[in-house]
Design a protein around this ligand. Structure first.
Ligand code: 5GP
Length: 114
């Protein structure tokens, strides 16, 4: 069996982490190093490493992640907008090889990202 990812260990309560929501397909974690007043991660239970590893079978799951992201943003009081981001691969500075959708908000966000 392959080693669990960091996010799997948090979802399985083997490592500490603030879990804001969970269902049978994903969880919402508060980012440990927030880049905005609100920074949460929507993480599928399935340890897909990156967008490059998606299959057609995963399409409903990706839609679900966005639905959960929208609900997480509402729960966090982000009534004036927010950003959703998948960092993918080295040039995007992806650091955890378990797909996750960042939800950032609570301040005016710059564009383009650095
Ligand atoms: P990436 O750079 O892969 O797009 O995003 C990984 C995110 O995971 C980063 O925003 C980073 O702060 C967050 N992160 C790294 N380690 C931990 C951890 O142990 N717990 C939580 N909750 N977030 C983490």
């Amino acid at each position: 069996m392959t080693e669990k990812t960091l996010f799997q260990k948090i979802m399985d309560r083997e490592l500490d982490g603030e879990i804001l929501y969970e269902d049978d397909r994903c969880a919402v974690l508060r980012d440990i190093n927030p880049q905005a007043p609100v920074h949460v991660l929507v993480v599928p239970r399935k340890p897909i490493p990156s967008l490059d590893d998606l299959t057609e079978q995963d399409e409903p799951l990706i839609g679900h992640l966005f639905t959960v992201a929208r609900q997480a943003a509402a729960n966090e009081g982000l009534t004036n907008g927010y950003r959703t981001v998948f960092n993918n691969g080295e040039d995007a500075n992806q650091t955890v090889p378990h797909l996750h959708l960042h939800v950032l908000g609570g301040r005016r966000l710059g564009w383009p990202p650095g």
